[in-house]
Design a protein around this ligand. Structure first.
Ligand code: AMP
Length: 289
């Protein structure tokens, strides 16, 4: 595995690779790697000749009161994990190289951002699409791998590649979880022992919602209320949102039909956790056949 830290070196490596290789799989991350990231890398490994992973804690996607400065970092450990996962090129640029001086063109996301995390984290997805546009141009991947854990991010990136004709297939990889169901996240290290015991309730409440939908519940407000009740009753966290939309368009729904997402965000003392499930709901007529 090659570790590359400058844009210049990455460009010359990609240029020479492109002469002999037809598929490049790309896994963008912010590092502090865990099973979730490594699953994306393995997925990329299985379907591409070359796998590129980036580690970049992108300042542009953090709000002024968010955890940019204390975001966990461990490049040495990440390098060993990436190598084991079969990554060919690990790209770890520095901020000054990615954002050279003042940006003369900025990007602003218009759709799929006024809900879920986008509503709470103003400018977050502008930062995400900006850095991804840069990385996509540099890496020129055939496929790029994203986790369903950040389902709104996948929806926004889907809009980016379609609107701007990036010839890249976006692959959504199911959320990787701890044994007790908690979605793996670099931020889980901030949970206190008690919060860690409470945190699996998020996924349990989502699974319960899925069961009630499969049992015939059709009313989004009932489903969301039940999730809120369960989280409030069993955790010390503060609910940031519990929302239900069509996926990936993220439109509000009066009745459940097609692909839907149910997503939650809960603020604990030092960590904000998110989780979601995406369910395919058959139209009622079909169910009755
Ligand atoms: P991050 O480093 O948090 O920006 O995440 C990098 C990529 O890994 C994103 O596409 C995330 O959605 C994905 N990811 C993070 N956690 C998980 C998880 N538990 N399961 C699957 N993918 C994940």
């Amino acid at each position: 595995m090659k570790v590359i830290t400058t844009i210049h070196e990455l460009q010359s490596n990609i240029e020479s690779l492109k002469k002999s290789v037809t598929t490049i799989g790309f896994v963008p991350t912010m590092g502090y790697l865990h099973e979730g990231h490594l699953t994306l890398a393995k997925e990329a490994r299985d379907h591409n000749e070359v796998v590129v992973m980036s580690i970049f804690v992108n300042p542009l996607q953090f709000g002024p009161n968010e955890d940019f400065d204390r975001y966990p970092r461990d490049v040495e450990r990440d390098t060993a994990l990436a190598r084991n996962a079969g990554v060919d090129i690990l790209f770890i640029p520095n901020t000054d190289d990615v954002y050279r001086g003042k940006q003369s063109v900025t990007m602003s996301v218009k759709e799929r951002v006024d809900v879920l995390c986008g509503r709470k984290r103003e400018g977050h997805f502008d930062g995400v699409v900006t850095v991804l546009t840069k990385l996509f141009h540099l890496v020129q991947p055939t496929r790029a791998y994203f986790g369903q854990k950040d389902a709104q991010q996948v929806a926004v990136v889907d809009g980016l590649v379609k609107d701007y004709f990036f010839p890249i297939k976006i692959v959504r990889v199911p959320t990787v979880r701890e044994e007790d169901g908690l979605a793996k996240s670099s931020r889980n290290v901030y949970l206190s022992q008690q919060e860690r015991r409470e945190a699996p309730i998020l996924y349990q409440s989502l699974k319960k919602a899925r069961e009630s939908i499969m049992g015939g519940e059709q009313d989004p407000s009932v489903i969301m209320r039940n999730i809120c009740d369960m989280i409030q009753e069993h955790t010390s966290g503060k609910i940031d949102y519990v929302e239900l939309y069509s996926y990936p368009e993220l439109y509000e729904l009066n009745r459940l039909e097609g692909e839907i997402i149910i997503a939650v965000a809960v603020q604990f003392k030092q960590a904000r956790l998110i989780d979601n499930i995406i369910i395919s709901v058959e139209p009622e007529e079909k169910l009755n056949v």
